[in-house]
Design a protein around this ligand. Structure first.
Ligand code: ATP
Ligand code: MG
Ligand code: MG
Length: 369
């Protein structure tokens, strides 16, 4: 909030920006952190930076979070350099604190970080045309490829068990059993839908344990406004917003993108008859993603992409249903049955994927990369 940002001046003084800071303004449309654009004057002209207050209510361990980001961005910088790219624009670059750390702390205890500002590129909040969805797929596929050899097991889990579907199922079953709000009788069909798929829901984590799917760096917030699109070339330039990078499975990032991007209805649409998987959008994202990955997926990872989409959708539905049963304490709700409507859209999307399973598999098989 505003009060916490009163210390921005102090934070600016602690970070090693080049030149004389002359002005700063709130910037972008992020919901989690407080983001500002900073202008500094140097001998050669203006230099632009991003300065962000990390939301430590959401991210309880900003130090591990910044260690994750520092590790991944320095690895990306080397890879991009080696491939003849421009590391100043194709990855985030941390501006360190004057004391050498990757962040600083103001006298109120807030954590701040600086990044080089990526000029000549834009983030878009909404998909304007299918091409945007393609670009997003390509950016996240490329991100996955560049980090394929990163030691993902060294990353801190900023949100433990984030996509551990079996753990989510245990929480769900406990919520059904406790039935603390007396709502279970209202959602018998939804509870059955979830329980019927419990065994299948463990498949990805089982394959990870068996070594059939590799542990990867996952982004976990793969929405459109977390990629920057070059204003001149129109190509996806850079993946940003790395707060939620964690060890995970590539099919999670892919699957979550499909879950929210290829649904023909809004996530909280009360009329579930409007919910379906758009096969053209599924095809578009898959094409972009596989082009970005350029063969860095294993055969099993590729084959499991449709399952990733289904698992992420199912898991999300289970989480909404759990929150409904527990009295709407986690997700923000703005109307009665909001979480129930959300759970129903996710389950309707799962059901539609089950109907379109062969087509989804075919699209993945047919893609050239
Ligand atoms: P979200 O709500 O997606 O979690 P957030 O609060 O975590 O967002 P960011 O996504 O990191 O914040 O940043 C907010 C916006 O600021 C971005 O969407 C982008 O427009 C802009 N931005 C962030 N980093 C940079 C950068 N290095 N260069 C230029 N613009 C940036
Ligand atoms: Mg963001
Ligand atoms: Mg974010």
């Amino acid at each position: 909030g505003e009060a916490q940002c009163g210390k921005i001046k102090e934070a600016i003084g602690l970070l090693a920006f080049e030149g004389e800071p002359i002005s700063w303004n709130r910037y972008g449309s992020g919901h989690i952190n407080d983001t500002f654009r900073l202008i500094c004057k140097t001998g050669e002209g203006e230099k632009h930076y991003i300065i962000q207050r990390i939301n430590h209510e959401v991210f309880k361990d900003p130090v591990s979070l910044m260690r994750n980001i520092a590790g991944v961005t320095s690895f990306l910088r080397e890879r991009i350099q080696a491939q003849g790219g421009d590391p100043a624009r194709e990855t985030l670059n941390i501006v360190k604190a004057k004391n050498g750390k990757d962040y600083c702390q103001d006298s109120d205890g807030n954590y701040w970080r600086g990044y080089l500002f990526i000029d000549g590129a834009t983030t878009y909040d909404k998909v304007r045309q299918p091409e945007d969805f393609y670009r997003s797929g390509k950016a996240f596929g490329r991100f996955k490829r560049l980090l394929a050899e990163y030691p993902a097991d060294e990353l801190a889990e900023t949100i433990p068990n984030f996509h551990n579907t079996p753990v989510r199922m245990e929480t769900f079953k406990a919520a059904v059993k406790a039935d603390s709000c007396g709502r279970a009788h209202l959602v018998e069909a939804e509870i059955k839908f979830a329980l019927d798929r419990e065994k299948e829901a463990a498949i990805a984590m089982d394959m990870l344990k068996e070594g059939r799917l590799p542990l990867c760096v996952t982004h976990n917030d793969t929405k459109l406004n977390n990629i920057m699109i070059d204003d001149v070339t129109g190509e996806a330039l850079c993946v940003i917003d790395l707060d939620t990078i964690m060890p995970g499975l590539s099919i999670f990032d892919f699957g979550d993108s499909i879950r929210f991007g290829a649904n023909t209805a809004e996530e909280d649409e009360p009329d579930v008859s409007k919910v379906s998987l758009s096969l053209p959008l599924f095809e578009t994202y898959t094409r972009g993603y596989l082009e970005g990955c350029k063969g860095s997926l294993t055969t099993e990872e590729k084959m499991m992409l449709p399952m990733g989409a289904k698992l992420m959708t199912f898991e999300c539905g289970v989480r909404f249903l759990t929150d409904f049963l527990q009295g709407d304490t986690y997700f923000h709700t703005s109307r009665e049955n909001h979480n129930l409507d959300r759970a129903r859209t996710q389950f309707a999307l799962v059901a539609d994927m089950e109907k379109k399973w062969e087509e989804m598999a075919e699209i993945v098989r047919e893609s050239k990369k």
